[in-house]
Design a protein around this ligand. Structure first.
Ligand code: 5RP
Length: 229
């Protein structure tokens, strides 16, 4: 997705922001554009506070002067704006390409509304071409991976389940966990897979976002498309 389209999606999502709002602030290159737009409006007098969904987004917000809070100080948010890796017609998402899925899901769940900003190519009929990120505890990694394979097989799903790396080392999330990327290819029943994964003790969270997004702003060459639930 070109930077220009990311900016267009982020600008359209800014239309959901109102003065005084408590915002969830997403992670990723599209969310970064939203942070930049937000920062310009804050400099012009907009009053908001934000809970960032990653250390990376927190650092950008601090650098640009976007006021931050925490879910301890501000446990209920008005709106979260975040990116996604895939979106289906029911506004179910795959997220976690940037490794921030746990904080992203906690923040989205604490928000009255979640608006997703994405490239039109991220809209799919069936989720799963993008490998599903699964955040797992480092303890028992082999057993957890095996349990995921078995749970997936029971649902007719199969594919490589790969430990995400950062260079030569395992990628560590902001919470100090690991990520397994599951290449299932197609996920026809996201709810069933979500429930099965969450039954596995070593699974901390997964990147299927079900019933969280209320609107999706898709930026394409033909303009902006708004999907609503
Ligand atoms: C991070 C995410 C991102 O929102 C997702 O990966 C999309 O990123 P980008 O806007 O860079 O395409 O879920 O965990």
């Amino acid at each position: 997705m070109s930077r220009e389209l990311k900016i267009k999606a982020a600008e359209a999502a800014f239309g959901f922001v109102a003065d005084g709002m408590r915002l969830g602030i997403g992670t990723g290159s599209t969310a970064d554009e939203f942070i930049r737009i937000l920062a310009r409006h804050v400099a012009d007098g907009l009053s908001i506070v934000g809970v960032p969904t990653s250390e990376r987004s927190a650092a950008l917000c601090r650098e640009l002067g976007v006021p931050l809070t925490t879910l301890e100080e501000t446990p209920e948010l008005d709106l979260t704006v975040d990116g996604a890796d895939e979106v289906d017609g029911d506004l179910v998402l795959i997220k976690g390409g940037g490794g921030a899925l746990l904080r992203e899901k906690i923040v989205a769940a604490a928000s009255a509304q979640m608006v997703v900003i994405a490239d039109a190519s991220k809209k799919v009929d069936t989720l799963g071409a993008f490998p599903l990120p699964i955040e797992v505890n480092a303890f028992g990694l082999g057993a957890t991976r095996r349990a995921i394979e078995k749970a997936a097989a029971a649902l007719g799903l199969a594919g490589a389940i790969t430990l995400r790396l950062a260079g030569e080392k395992p990628f560590a999330t902001d919470g100090g966990h690991l990520i397994l990327d599951a290449s299932f290819g197609r996920i026809p029943d996201a709810k069933a897979l979500s429930s099965a994964l969450l039954e596995i003790p070593g699974v901390v969270q997964h990147g299927l976002f079900i019933g969280l997004a209320g609107a999706v702003v898709l930026a394409g060459e033909g303009g902006i498309t708004l999907l609503r639930r």
